[in-house]
Structure formats: C-alpha cells, structure tokens
Design a binder for this molecule. Structure first.
Ligand code: ADP
Ligand code: MG
Length: 489
C-alpha cells in the first residue's frame, strides 16, 4: 500500500493503455504482423515509408477497435479522423505516427474493476476518456550483442502494427487499483479476442499518470507520467516509488514538476526522462492521405453482435446456473478459455460443483506450478471429467486421482489407461479388504466397543486405519460397507 501518501495525501492515477490488435496484417499495409520474425523481414513499402506510397486502412483492425470500444461501453463515433503525430526517432521512418487526436474513434465508456474493501470484494467503476486507433513504431535495439558496442540497430517489424490506446479518467486511487484496472482491461481484450494482450511480448503496454493531492481536496495535483511499464509488478513498484518521491517534494513545501519518468527496477527508483516545459509539440494535423473514417449505425451494430458473453455476465451465470460461490465463479471466469474448460468438463461429467472443485484445487495448482495457462496444457476437459468419474465409481481413490493431475496437465493422456498402467485401480477385491478390516477390528477393540455403545463416529477412524493398511488403494465406499457390516455382527 501507499502508506507514505496514505495519511496526508490522496493518490490519483490515470492510465494510458496501448493494446496490439489481433490482425494478420498491419494497420495501413499488407506486411504480416509477426512476433519473433527476423528483424526487418515483416515489412512492406508502407510501413517502411518508401516515397510515394499511400496508406489503406485495415478493415479488420477497425472492426476490432470498434468491438473493444463497445465492450467498454464507449460511444463509437460515426466520424473520426486520422492525424499525423510528428516527431523524429530512428524507429519512425515517416517522421510521424498515424494516430487519432481531435476526433477519436470512441469516447466515454467505463469498466468495472474489483476492489477489496472490508474483507469482501466489490466493484468500482472507472470512467474512460477515449479509445482511439493508431499504428505502432518500430523498435530501437540498444543491445550491444545485436547492434555492436555502443551502437543501436533498428527493427521495423513492429512499424505499422495496429494498436488501440485506451485512456482512462484519473479515477484510480492506488497502485492496486491501477493493476486491477489493467487486469480487467486485459481480460476484456482477451474475452473479445481483440488482442492477445500479452505484456511480456509488448502486446499490452501502459503509461501511468500519478499525482497527489491533499486528502479531501477537489482539485487534482500536478501529474507525472511513468512511461512504458511492462509488468504488473513494475507498475506497483513504480507507482509506490513515485508516490514516495512526490510526497517528499510536497512535504518539503515544493511543487511537483510535470514530467515524463522512467522506472528502474534495479534501483526501485523513478528518473526524469523529459520535463513538460520542453513540451511534446507533435504538430498534429489531419492526415491528408486518409479520408475521414465514417461508420454507419448498421456497421456499428453489426460489430456489437460479435461481442461474446463477458467475464462479469459469465460469473453471474455460473453462480445461478451451477450454484457456485461468487469466489469460485470469479476464479473460473478469469479467462474465457478456463471458463470454457470448466463448462465442457461440467457437461461431460454431469455435476458442476465437484468439477469446479477439481479445477480450482488441483488443475489450477498444477498449471501454476508449471507457469501454464489452461490453453497451453494438453489436458482435455473430457479427460478431467473421466478422471473424476473413476473416483465417483470407486475405480480409483481421490488421492491417486489427484496425484495424476500434474501429469495430465503436463502431458495429457487418457486417465483410464494411466490408472491401469500405474496400478492405481482402487482395490475393490472384497476378500482383500475384508482381511484388513478384520485385522483393524482386532487391533482396536476399544473403538469397536465405543461404536457398539453408540459412538458411530469412530467408524471414520477405523476406515482411515483400513485405508492405511491398503496403502490408500482401497475403495472407501467398499471399506465402509464391509466395516459397518462387521461392526454390526
Ligand atoms: P498526454 O498525451 O499528455 O499524456 P492524455 O490525455 O493522453 O495526455 O492522457 C492523460 C492521462 O493522464 C489520462 O489517463 C488522465 O486520466 C491522466 N491524468 C490527467 N490528469 C491527472 C492528474 N492530475 N493525476 C493523475 N492522472 C492524471
Ligand atoms: Mg500520455
């Protein structure tokens, strides 16, 4: 928590989030969007800014941008304008980036984020200022191993990749809220298949604007902007560091200067990249190569119909349809693929609640230990259902089945065959179990006495003893049956 700002000052945060749109080709040219391609091999004359070329808008990119805007409750405008944002940088061959400025694609809108408060979760509505489309710039590589000592090389594979920028109002009040907001945005972008939103690959990047104001004050303080934070941890650390820095300045009675900052994860400090006085003057003007972007109501409505059931609605439905707790439903709807996995498994098995438990307890644990998402695992929803059914039918024990989950998550496979191969089949050989039961009863005359005098609870202890004797392989249902029969004799 931002304890430093906690007492005297309130933290105010607004985010600018850039997300790559999941298109095959670039925003204005035919080159494929590729990750991991050899440098400068995913390019075309347009993103290279060769003389005389003309941009042509990617219809798919537009559709995805509209879809994201609608999913975030924005007003999508019937007319928007592409502008040139001019600046010089080696990885920007045109000398300008095509973006939207005065008339963006969408404005308004909001997202609801989960916030912790007094032990239970509630939601907070964060307003959006705008969502606009733009193209990404290339990449400057300052790595000596790639570029040669002290040199910088330029890779234009990323030049012209379609982006949306989602700008929030300064509605966030802590580093935790900022990351909760970003997680919500990421989930939305993935649910709607607008973006992979993978921060490590740079599909999702974020600038964080931070200011402080005296608690109770209506007016905002001067903000600073933390640039290009590419992990949730760095966002939290950078905000905390910046809150500490601003608190010190304000406590000294000085003013925060508006500036752009970088964050160094090594030192945990923020440092000034540029002051706003030598302000960004991008000389925006409408790009004369691109006509105004006009969207009819019919086109907007067509895109609205593509929006799938989103996390929040799914969560609500899981609670009512399957009787799951809010906590379980929230966990299962974190990603669309996990939610789909659960529903497929629940359908295959027939009982949603135990299936939810197996996923939340065993499958998620195994995924986490391997740093995998459900999509990356060869485990099929049907196989999980089959594994649970083996336990239900007494063909293996819960303990043995749970032991197989990590392997199934890692390598997949057929649970029935695995149980067989490993000799994990529950011992349902009545003769064998009976022998153990008799032994246990002989070894525990006191408990037998207790049972017969009405303390029927001790049966559980006796079951445990039999299970131990059979190395946990006996089918508990059969053990109970035989035990009770013998006790009543
Ligand atoms: P710029 O291009 O100058 O960064 P934008 O309008 O793109 O401006 O983004 C401004 C961002 O800064 C928004 O997310 C907004 O919520 C946030 N912001 C504005 N004022 C403050 C403030 N006083 N404290 C914190 N964040 C702020
Ligand atoms: Mg900014």
């Amino acid at each position: 928590m931002n304890d430093r700002g906690g007492a005297e000052f309130e933290v105010v945060i607004g985010l600018e989030v850039h997300a790559h749109l999941q298109t095959r080709s670039k925003l204005f040219g035919p080159a494929p969007v590729s990750y991991g391609e050899r440098p400068n091999h995913s390019v075309d004359p347009i993103c290279l800014a060769l003389p005389g070329v003309l941009p042509v808008l990617n219809a798919r990119a537009l559709e995805l941008a509209v879809r994201a805007s609608l999913a975030m409750h924005c007003e999508v405008h019937h007319r928007s304008i592409f502008a040139r944002k001019s600046y010089f940088y080696p990885d920007l061959p045109k000398g300008y980036q095509i973006s939207q400025y005065e008339e963006p694609l969408a404005t308004g809108g909001w997202v609801d984020i989960p916030v912790e408060g007094g032990g239970d979760t509630s939601t907070k509505r964060v307003r959006l200022t705008r969502i606009h489309m733009e193209e990404d710039a290339g990449k400057s590589i300052h790595d000596d191993a790639v570029a040669g000592a002290g040199a910088t090389s330029v890779d234009l594979n990323r030049s012209g990749v379609p982006l949306i920028e989602i700008v929030s109002e300064p509605d966030l009040r802590s580093a935790e809220e900022a990351t909760a907001y970003l997680r919500t945005i990421r989930a939305l972008l993935r649910y709607t298949e607008v973006s992979n939103a993978d921060m490590e690959k740079g599909h999702l990047r974020c600038d964080v604007n931070v200011s402080l104001r005296p608690r109770g004050s209506e007016e905002y303080g001067t903000r600073t902007e933390l640039k290009n934070l590419n992990s949730f941890r760095f966002i939290e650390e950078a905000v905390d560091a910046e809150v500490a820095r601003q608190t010190e300045i304000l406590e000294r009675g000085e003013c925060v200067r508006q500036c752009t900052l970088g964050y160094d994860p090594q030192t945990h400090l923020t440092h000034v990249l540029r002051l706003k006085e030598d302000a960004d003057d991008y000389r925006y003007f409408p790009d004369p190569d691109l006509v105004p972007l006009v969207l009819s109501e019919t086109e907007i409505e067509r895109v609205r119909k593509q929006i799938p059931e989103l996390a929040e609605q799914k969560c609500e439905r899981f609670r009512t349809e399957y009787g799951l707790s809010e906590y379980d439903a929230l966990q299962l709807t974190v990603t669309r693929s996990l939610a789909d996995f659960f529903e497929t498994a629940a359908r295959a098995h027939g009982q949603p609640k135990p299936v939810a438990n197996w996923i939340l307890r065993d499958v998620l644990q195994a995924l986490k230990e391997r740093d995998l998402e459900i999509d990356d695992s060869p485990l099929e929803a049907e196989s999980l259902a089959r594994l649970i059914r083996l336990v239900d039918e007494g063909k293996t024990t819960a303990k043995s089945a749970r032991g197989l989950v990590p392997e199934l998550v890692e390598r997949g496979g057929d649970p029935v065959a695995l149980v067989d191969e490993r000799g994990l089949g529950a011992v349902s050989d009545a003769g064998l179990i009976e022998k153990s039961v008799v032994e246990v009863l002989e070894e525990n005359p006191d408990n037998v006495e207790l049972y017969r005098s009405g303390e029927e609870k001790v049966v559980n202890f006796l079951i445990g003893q039999v299970m131990q004797k059979t190395q946990g392989k006996a089918s508990p249902a059969i053990v109970r049956e035989i035990l009770e029969r013998e006790l009543r004799k």
